[in-house]
Design a protein around this ligand. Structure first.
Ligand code: FE2
Length: 246
């Protein structure tokens, strides 16, 4: 069984819950789709776990902003990434060096991993299927542009769902597991560990066991992370959004 995580965003409380749960499940390998850091209050601890534990960890747009100092962030995110850079620099050169070496995509057999989308693996968003026209376009993408791989795991939109050639499926507590038969095409957006944005405050990630894909939603100590964000002097909006799942 492999676990696919994305958008940890320096949220240590959420990540520790993920790791404990995955150990119980018997996860053998951790694949991370990027945005290990940014927004949250524990960049050094979260980066150390990522560096030591994850087989693959991609370059997300926050890693890119971290190492290049170039971005188009809103003021909340911009302040947080500058603060994050200072924290990592104080912690020593190894973590900053590790972030510099991140790759924008990875291919593991029939699995493609990106942070954004297949068209721009760092910045593009897989659109949430809010209307049938966009959903139909996404399904056509599966038929026309998924070549050399079957399943593309994506992050960045912080929202869990799956698109297959049969339609779009949104997981919920009563139906978290789906089967993706060999050779079928699917876009799998795994949601966010550290900053969910689907109005559900619980952390989100996915596991893949053979053909069986499961979306996981777990509670963590949101209030503790919020207090740390405020204590670090980061934007109070970044704390508030965790309490709303936005
Ligand atoms: Fe993100």
């Amino acid at each position: 069984m492999i676990a696919i995580l994305s958008d940890l965003h320096s949220n240590l409380e959420a990540l520790l819950v993920v790791m404990e749960h995955c150990q119980k499940l018997g996860v053998k390998q951790y694949l991370c789709l990027g945005d290990v850091i940014g927004y949250g209050p524990d960049p050094v601890s979260v980066a150390r776990i990522a560096k030591n534990t994850f087989t693959t960890s991609l370059m997300g747009n926050h890693e890119e902003a971290l190492v290049t100092e170039r971005h188009r962030f809103n003021p909340h995110a911009a302040q947080a990434i500058d603060w994050t850079r200072r924290c990592l620099q104080v912690a020593g050169p190894d973590l900053m060096h590790w972030f510099t070496e991140r790759k924008p995509f990875a291919l593991h057999g029939r699995l493609l991993m990106v942070h954004g989308s297949i068209y721009d693996p760092v910045h593009d968003y897989v659109d949430e299927p809010e209307n049938p026209i966009e959903a139909q376009q996404m399904i056509e993408t599966l038929n026309t542009d998924f070549s050399g791989f079957d399943i593309c795991f994506a992050g960045h939109n912080h929202t869990p769902f799956m698109a297959t050639t049969m339609g779009v499926m949104v997981p919920h507590d009563g139906h978290p597991t789906f089967r993706i038969p060999k050779g079928h095409k699917a876009y799998v957006c795994v949601g966010s560990v550290g900053q969910p944005r689907d109005r559900d405050t619980r952390l989100s990630f996915a596991t893949l066991d053979g053909e069986e894909l499961t979306f996981h939603r777990l509670p963590y100590d949101v209030a503790k992370t919020q207090a740390k964000i405020k204590a670090a002097g980061l934007s109070s909006f970044l704390a508030e959004r965790l309490g709303q799942g936005i």
